[in-house]
Design a protein around this ligand. Sequence first.
Ligand SMILES: [Zn+2]
Length: 387
Amino acid sequence: MNASNLQMKLTFKNKVISTVSKFNRKHKALSFLGIAYALLAITVYNILFCFYRNAKRHICLACILLFFVFSSSFSYPAMSLNISFATDMSIEDYTVDDSISLSETEVAESNAELAVVNDVDETLIEEARDSVNPDVAEAEHLDPEKQASLSDILESTREDEQNEAELESITTVDVEEKADPVAEYFSQFKDEDDRSFDGSEWNIILVNKQHPIPDDYEFPLGVISGSMKCDERIISPLLDMMRAASSDGISLIICSPYRDLDRQTMLFDTKIDRYMNGGMSYMEAYNLASQAVTVPGSSEHQIGLAIDIISDNYSNLDEGFANTPAGKWLYDNSYKYGFILRYPAGKENITSIEYEPWHFRYVGVDAATIIYENDICLEEFWNTYVK
Ligand SMILES: [Zn+2]
């Protein structure tokens, strides 16, 4: 403390003491008030004087404190807005409503907010932003062991004695004959409005974030090739489709068909752990992981009705696949075999999933034809045709 500061302090104390002494002399009965005033004034003065003397240090401390308060994840409640626990919605309640889906704008806003969080690893956010297609994060499309072409499937089927009989019946099916039931089906409807489907039919089950797989859902699991499995009822139409593509000079390769709940949960939990290790809270990590990996219980791969398809000369799961001969062939012909492009371009606000030209879902020839001809997605099909 320098001399002038000390002088200021002493002057103030003297002033207070002389004022209080005068007051006490005049009002002896109230002298305790004067003493209390003197103590309070000197204490407050000392505190303020202390702050004044260390002004720079205290301003720095205040700034650091404010920085931590504002950068805390607790000040970002919007981080958890996109988490949907709407598991109690019934199929009948379903309407095509933007508010229940994660629109591109919402994703962008959410990502912008995430980028503000200072203590989170930026590369994790970048990674999540790049992988809003769950298949990209989940598929094993780069692992040759997890792929199967038509010849692989036929070869493995031949090796399997139990599947021999089924192969015989498949190989005798004439692809042209498969088109007849479609014409037959539509000929019975003079008025398009009459067309309706029973929501309990296994092949048109709606599975998405709002409609998770029912707990009691059961299906027959069949082997496509090696460890690759799917609902055995779709193996025959799948092989028909691959055979038809092959006869048109297109070599389709199946990757990532059925995934069980354990694997889906493991993928999801691994993502959450990774984001939490990067500095996020559990809720933030859950929100981001649900954009990159399908929430366990809401993936069509878990019910064996979805198949990711690539071709021998294009193995990337990206939009570029749509422009390959295989992508174009599938777009134009898959419905004839009961498969639909499940996440089409332009329907992202309804499906909540980005355009996936490689992800095909079996719904049966009747439903697939309606979906293809009307250029709608499965959610819209349910809204219009399922009673
Ligand atoms: Zn997929």
